[in-house]
Design a protein around this ligand. Sequence first.
Ligand code: SME
Length: 163
Amino acid sequence: MSPSAADFEAVAADIEQLAATEEDSDAIVRGAVEAIHDRLDTYSWVGIYFVEDEELVLGPWQGPSATDHVRIPIGQGVCGAAAANGATEIVDDVNADPRYLACFTSTQSEIVVPIFADGQVTGEIDIDGSDLAAFDETDARFLEEIAALLAPLRPRDGQPSAA
Ligand code: SME
């Protein structure tokens, strides 16, 4: 079942509060990933990628296992498509999408939401779901709100932080 509006509002409010009170950018991004993963049941794997040159580089993530896709060229995979197009991607069935770069056998669906700063894609939020069609426009609006909160933040020294 999709998260309720109340779930989304509570998680967004917590991340907003964290962004307003925590000074360490890395801690805010890590905290956001934890909140999204731990409190929204259908969000099986949650990661943030940052754009570095022509690649997406994995920053903080939460989920049952690590992904091999720690660097994704912009334009490749669902993640690379979202970055190249500057648009949210919702994939109801990853096995039916030829762009999909497989990470986990449990993944059935995926949503990727770009993070923008000054009109440029600087990163993205990537979520894997274990059910088909786990994500819809409500998830997209929620994650776009979170992406806007994270937009001013960059990893320290240009290096993404580990989870
Ligand atoms: N599935 C993504 C790759 C990243 S993993 O889901 C963590 C893609 O197709 O770009």
